[in-house]
Write a protein that binds this ligand. Sequence first.
Ligand SMILES: NS(=O)(=O)N=C1NCCCN1
Ligand SMILES: [Zn+2]
Length: 254
Amino acid sequence: QSSQWGYDTDNGPDHWHKLYPIAKGKNQSPIEINSKDVHYDPSLLPWFVGYDPVGARTIANNGRTCKVVFDDTFDRSVLRSGPLTGIYRLRQLHFHWGSSNDHGSEHIVDGVKYAGELHLVHWNPKYSNYAEALRKYDGVTILGIFLQVGKTPKPEMKRILEEINNIKTKGKEAPFSNFDPSILFPKSWDYWTYHGSFTTPPCEECVTWILLREPIVISPDQVNFSWTLVSLLSWFSPSLKSTSGYFQVQMHLY
Ligand SMILES: NS(=O)(=O)N=C1NCCCN1
Ligand SMILES: [Zn+2]
């Protein structure tokens, strides 16, 4: 087990539990979603966001992903309602890509691996800080949006993909301002929700997942932008750590 966790055979998901025991927990993400096992919950509310574009701060390559960081020092950009109680502050967004278009997403839907998955990470400000929220069942909510490769480019992705060119090496960071991530959202806000974990170590089980059923579609050349980033990062296609164990995945239809 090399010192740093990753996605290779000697430090991948099956090794993580040695340093991060929670990785062997009962509520680990990602999971496979089988539509036939999903419980439709008519009492689930729609979710809403209020994002302040002026809250965007930086875009960084941390050697595993490209992440955009936001000012979360007050209730500036928040997600609320849906399966949640109260509001959750947007902290960062990041992507998961594969080394080819036939895989890359972390969650799998009816056997389908999407080319990528966008995660918007939010934390519950009823706790005094993010680090404390990670230790709570209702500490974090992650909005997950699947990325599908199609003919038409998604113009709203342009800013992020152009910026990726300036952070091609691990550890690089660049200013990133005036960006409201809700412009990336698909038309339908129908979602699946379940309680799980971060998909990377320490894999805390503090996450209420809100996964959108409708993917966003980007073009092949937009994906190969991510390829430039991917080719510089030890990329991955994570193995699903969780068994098909029983979990409450509910669905809201608008
Ligand atoms: N892929 S994930 O579940 O969002 N995992 C994360 N781990 C560290 C903090 C941000 N997110
Ligand atoms: Zn993620």
